[in-house]
Design a binder for this molecule. Sequence first.
Ligand SMILES: Cc1cc2nc3c(=O)[nH]c(=O)nc-3n(C[C@H](O)[C@H](O)[C@H](O)COP(=O)(O)O)c2cc1C
Length: 360
Amino acid sequence: MTNLREVLDGAVVMAPMTKGGNLPYRRLCQELGADVTMSEMVVAHNLVKGSKSEYALIKRAADERHFAVQVAGSREDSLVEAVKVIEQRGASWIDLNCGCPIESMTRKGLGSSLLQRPTKLGRLVAAMKAAVSIPVTVKIRLGYDDDALNYMTVARAAVEGGADAIGVHGRTRTQRYRKLASWEAVGEVAAAVPVPVIGNGDILFPRDIVRGREVAKCAAVMIARGALIKPWIFREAKTGVDEDPTPEERLALYRRYVAIGLEHFGDDERGRKRLRGFLEWHLQWWCRHVPRRPDGTYPQMQEREEHFSPRSEWEAFLWRNDPAAHQWLATYLLDGEAAAGPRPPLPEAGGGERDEMPEG
Ligand SMILES: Cc1cc2nc3c(=O)[nH]c(=O)nc-3n(C[C@H](O)[C@H](O)[C@H](O)COP(=O)(O)O)c2cc1C
């Protein structure tokens, strides 16, 4: 049985991420140093109905050390049934999603809409706790919107319901990624509740971890987009040193992901097709990596770095964010250089460069 306090003390957690938390990517991040991995969000109601795709999300890799499954639900009965299945399938603990901002979810009372109903949230946690013997945690935001910053009330309600730890993403639902996360708010929660707090928001470099810990004095930190952009952030978290991997080193990591992916999805036509879908998605994040600026300042995650000058042809190619480049790279990584053929030329201005970060 997991001793959550011990596991979380000083831990660096890979955040729950729809699509991004696929099993092969979690294994890659664990290899690079993630102390805890978390599943993609699982909808309780769909799991209980027996949805095959939902069952796939709760599968734990054989070598996954601490694997938490995140569940979304708004009804006691389906949550209770779902957590029993999740426990039986070997999760280390269960996390209740109270942060998902997507309208199709909040409309049904799931995700961040639970922030509007702290009493209900506490009741759901209590019911989940009573149904399983593994720990139950809760991941919250600062509020449903900027006029309703009720994170202290919500955190206390979760703890009263029996939550064994609280994850705090230091933004409200409506802020999305527009504002920087408030680690001061994470710290307020950490100082007030008797359970470990996991701080989350905007970690991209080791110094962000140091700062977050300093400001919030929380037990653990959690990384989402940073892990998608540069999975070696987990190694940096251990050494405290900024890495500046060469394109060859980056490609070696991406190839490692392909190897783990083929192991998982199967090295046949079907498995390769699935993996290619994930690869093309991951490439939209990997292409965002930029090292620390030559003047020593740090790039941010919210926007694509404007003044980045690639230092080699390969670095320039890995920086490209257009579908042709990503399709070529997916073939190159999956099938090798000969199969990929010549690299595609840069698209005409406005011809395919993506601006937005991909959605989960
Ligand atoms: C692609 C993607 C998918 C996400 N899916 C989930 C999810 O399923 N459950 C969840 O609680 N948060 C999800 N999040 C939010 C992250 O867990 C995290 O709270 C947020 O991105 C802030 O952390 P960051 O600044 O390190 O990215 C997702 C984020 C991204 C980028």
